[in-house]
Design a binder for this molecule. Structure first.
Ligand code: ADP
Ligand code: MG
Ligand code: MG
Length: 891
């Protein structure tokens, strides 16, 4: 008959183990790694781990342990006893154990642990006789009573501390080590009296009762408030449960050849390949955690660096240190990652108590990955896969000095990373003006619009009091690599008085503020910063990543400055150049407005002709900077009204500047006004109805290609992209205009042009009709910002109002404007399939905000896109994410 009892208890110790590192789900990280350390014959005190399945059973049975567990635990205790040479409950050879928590994911310090279990009035005497140290035995007993009372009986440990402190004061002791056995005996008497009074029952003398009590309490600690909050924060499922490890105690508190400590196999903040740790002499693990004594540096190197004269373990116990060093090297090699290790030295003998992957700074993560690959511990693929692309961002922007003091005035959304200090200004033109005079400014607005773009560019950082992660300010700032705090609702901006009020302070124009776009903080005054310093490791890792990547990475860049950044960060072309941004510049917007106000084709053509030279010059520069790499130029996309003033004062000003009547201007504004401009006459619809715009833009592109091409030996290959296409016919009409212009330019210049005409795919209809559209389009680019808006029927400028609540209520689990929504993804997939059925080699990219999002990039790899395009500062992130996606897809 098959054995029906599941395996619930896994022993380890003595160079062997039932479980291994692969059993994290059952044994928790701690239990699985203790088993693995035993297997590789490191010196691990013997013990056993009760699986997470029992945790589930414990909660199913209303917080009680299943009866079947008991014989399994008894058997495991026997095995442990045989290795340890001591027995649980044996008065002469008492076995002391720790009862430790440990979940699948590390939750440091969130759950409970009981140390020194197995002591009662009889075994404490046995321990004293065995060790020949009564002081130690009774010190250990009182530690146990205190911890057990706290964790298992739920008594406030402060009460015990009071007893100890009062006792010391009364007897004139200053430090615990001065207390002798008799003193501890007296204190234990007081502790037991306290337990009897507070708990209503004497302190348990039955060792089994102690053990079951501790095991139950540790399972119970899975549901303590601290642990629950931690799981929320780190997305750890509630149903994983914790395992419980029962392990032979070793003692770091047995005199000056004993110690306990923590070591990282490399420096977790710099990544330097040198042990880094701290220890306490003559102490137990709990003392380190409690932070009652200041730990000492582990190595001589550290000791020299912090120069506080405290002796290192390396100097004090060279032999144990050498063994620790060897164990660290073995563990790092075995787990192939930085390890964070707990150890104890008992009378000169080293014991390993825990190992796990160490948390590290981004800088350290980068260095460790590159070093380990170069040392041959991991492969280059693993080095590339080990880095979280989202965290690369931190390396590319200045950050606040973590040790600096600061007065935080308000908190908003961390919309674009990096920190910046400058004089606060409330107007975009003022920002431009002040920058020209040599000031460093932070632009503060209630929200921003395209008219503010120049001001945002002039500023070193942007803060808004309204709007979300995909508000205009956030998107544009990320694109420019400007730090941005968006939607700091607690700050009040008075544009009239030019003040910002927050946190009880009033900041006037010109006052210095600091924003931190990585944490969303607005801070009063200047804060010291750390400059990004891109180590050679960065270049090395990127080069490896590029070698594994299938998709190209391009950048969204509208200006020469953006294009240069894009190239510096390794972009392989421009995936989106939004031409309309070129028209917001001071000297061009006048001609632009004339074009819009023109009521006849002729006057419109005349206004456009004025814009042509400037536009052509922009393209020449872009082509030259990109030096033969592909440049995708999107034809004019926004609704025209965006270029017209809306407020009364501004209308009067503009009318005057243009020499037209206020009434005439207002009439034109009224004619152009739409109920839903984002769904109105824009994109292809505008280009079909105002074909003169296409003519001018296509001419600017072609003339620029020829002029730049002369220098670049005809390597310029513009890709002209038509936005918001819904039907093949729209694309055909616009494409025909482009071709006519191309032929005209070719004839005029006596040369031939190489270029492509393609389509943005940003409407659900375009995805579904992709097969048809691909007959005319020579390339596709998914505009996932609009595609998300149109798939959800949701305006991204208005979504900020309720997306937060939607997230709280579990309606969405991420912002669909940041990480691609599954339905939008499905539409893309349909588009790719239908288009490639017609044109198998069709080049397809993505150029929405999502193009720089690592999760979205994995999806893009899966559906076979040719490239992703994102803001210049996200290019390194995308290069790494695309490499990881390619590696993943090969598995
Ligand atoms: P946490 O997960 O909070 O770190 P641990 O179970 O690791 O809890 O234990 C807390 C402290 O007690 C650690 O410093 C650990 O090294 C120490 N400790 C745990 N078990 C033993 C043992 N068997 N012998 C000596 N020290 C131990
Ligand atoms: Mg620990
Ligand atoms: Mg769009």
């Amino acid at each position: 008959m098959a054995d029906q009892t599941p395996k619930w208890v896994y022993s380890f110790g003595g160079g062997a183990a039932d479980g291994s590192a692969a059993d994290k789900d059952r044994l928790g990280g701690k239990g699985a790694h203790l088993a693995e350390m035993s297997r590789i014959e490191l010196n691990v005190p013997a013990g056993f781990t009760i699986s997470t399945d029992v945790c589930a059973a414990y909660y199913e049975q209303g917080r009680s342990l299943p009866e079947e567990l008991k014989p399994m635990v008894d058997e495991a205790l026997e095995k442990m006893a045989a290795i340890a040479g001591a027995h649980f409950g044996d008065v002469e050879h008492p076995l002391l154990v720790s009862v430790r928590s440990g979940a699948r994911a590390s939750m440091p310090g969130m759950m409970d642990t009981v140390l020194n279990l197995g002591l009662n009035d009889k075994t404490v005497e046995g321990l004293a006789r065995r060790t020949g140290d009564r002081r130690f035995a009774y010190d250990t007993y009182r530690r146990f009573i205190q911890m057990y009372a706290d964790v298992v009986l739920g008594l406030d440990h402060g009460l015990f501390e009071d007893i100890l402190e009062n006792y010391k004061a009364l007897k004139g002791f200053e430090l615990d080590p001065q207390l002798q056995a008799e003193n501890w005996v007296e204190i234990i008497g007081a502790y037991k009296a306290l337990v009897a009074k507070e708990f209503g029952m004497p302190f348990p003398q039955d060792l089994r009762e102690q053990l079951w009590g501790a095991i139950s309490a540790v399972f119970g600690s899975w549901q303590n408030a601290r642990a629950i909050a931690y799981r929320r924060l780190h997305d750890i499922p509630d149903d994983w449960g914790t395992a419980v490890t029962v392990q032979t105690m070793v003692f770091g508190n047995k005199g000056d050849q004993s110690a306990t400590g923590v070591v990282f196999t490399r420096n977790p903040s710099t990544g330097e390949n040198a042990l880094f740790g701290e220890y306490l002499l003559n102490a137990q693990g709990e003392d380190v955690v409690a932070g009652l004594r200041t730990p000492q540096p582990l190595t001589e190197k550290q000791s020299a660096a912090n120069g506080n004269g405290k002796a290192s373990l390396e100097a004090l116990m060279p032999e144990a240190f050498a063994e620790l060093k060897a164990s660290c090297a073995a563990l790092e090699k075995h787990f192939r990652d930085l390890q964070d290790i707990e150890f104890t030295i008992e009378e000169g003998k080293l014991f390993m108590l825990q190992t796990r992957s160490g948390k590290r700074s981004t800088q350290a993560a980068l260095k460790i990955a590159v070093d380990m690959a170069e040392e041959g511990i991991i492969s280059k693929q693993e080095a590339v896969a080990s880095l979280d692309p989202a965290r690369l961002d931190q390396l590319l922007h200045p950050t606040l000095d973590p040790n600096a003091e600061m007065t935080v005035l308000a908190k908003g959304l961390p919309a674009s990373p990096g920190a910046a200090s400058g004089e606060i200004v409330f107007d975009a033109d003022e920002a431009v003006h002040m920058k020209a005079q040599g000031h460093t400014v932070i632009l503060a607005r209630i929200e921003t619009s395209p008219e503010d773009v120049q001001g945002m560019h002039a500023a070193v950082g942007v803060i808004t009091t309204r709007g979300g992660m995909t508000s205009h300010a956030a998107v544009v700032a990320r694109g420019m690599g400007r730090p941005c705090v968006a939607g700091a609702a607690a700050a009040h901006i008075d544009l009239e008085r030019e003040t910002l009020e927050a946190g009880g302070a009033v900041m006037h124009k010109g006052d210095i503020v600091t924003i931190d776009g990585s944490s969303g903080k607005l801070i009063k005054g200047r804060v010291t910063m750390r400059q990004p310093d891109l180590s050679p490791d960065f270049a090395t890792l990127m080069e490896w990543a590029d070698g594994f990547r299938r998709m190209d990475v391009r950048a969204n860049a509208d200006t020469p400055a953006d294009a240069r950044h894009a190239r510096d960060f390794g972009a392989e072309g421009i995936g989106l150049c939004r031409t309309e941004h070129m028209f917001f510049q001071e000297n061009r917007i006048v001609a632009m407005r004339e074009m819009i106000l023109a009521e006849t084709k002729e006057s419109r053509r005349a206004a456009l002709a004025e814009l042509l030279p400037a536009q052509r010059q922009d393209f020449i520069e872009l082509f030259e900077i990109m030096a033969g790499q592909p440049v995708t130029i999107r034809l004019f996309d926004p609704p025209l009204h965006e270029f017209l003033p809306s407020e009364e004062d501004a209308i009067v000003d503009v009318a005057e500047a243009m020499g037209v009547g206020v009434a005439q201007l207002k009439r034109r504004i009224a004619v152009l006004s739409e109920f839903n401009p984002m769904l109105g006459q824009r994109g292809a619809r505008l280009l079909v109805t105002y074909p003169e715009i296409v003519d001018m833009q296509a001419r600017a592109v072609f003339e620029a290609a020829i002029e730049a091409g002369a220098e670049l030996h005809d390597r310029v290959r513009p890709e002209i992209m038509v936005p918001l296409v819904a039907t093949k016919r729209e694309l055909d009409i616009v494409k025909e205009r482009i071709l006519v212009t191309a032929r005209a330019v070719e004839e005029e210049r006596g040369t031939s042009l190489a270029f492509q005409v393609g389509s943005m795919v940003e409407l659900p209809r375009a995805c579904l009709m992709a097969g048809e559209i691909a007959e005319s389009a020579e390339f596709f680019s998914f505009g996932t910002n609009d595609l998300t808006q149109t798939t959800f029927g949701l305006s991204r400028d208005d979504a900020g109002r309720f997306l937060g609540e939607y997230a709280d209520k579990g309606i969405i689990n991420h912002d669909p404007f940041m990480t691609l929504d599954a339905a939008v993804g499905e539409l893309m997939e349909i588009g790719v399939t239908r288009a490639r059925a017609v044109r198998p080699d069709l080049k397809i990219g993505i150029c929405g905000e999502h193009g720089g999002d690592p999760q979205t990039i994995v999806f893009c790899e899966k559906i076979g896109l040719s490239y992703v395009s994102c803001s210049p500062y996200r290019v390194p992130v995308a290069r790494l994410a695309a490499a990881q996606a390619a590696l993943k897809s090969q598995l």
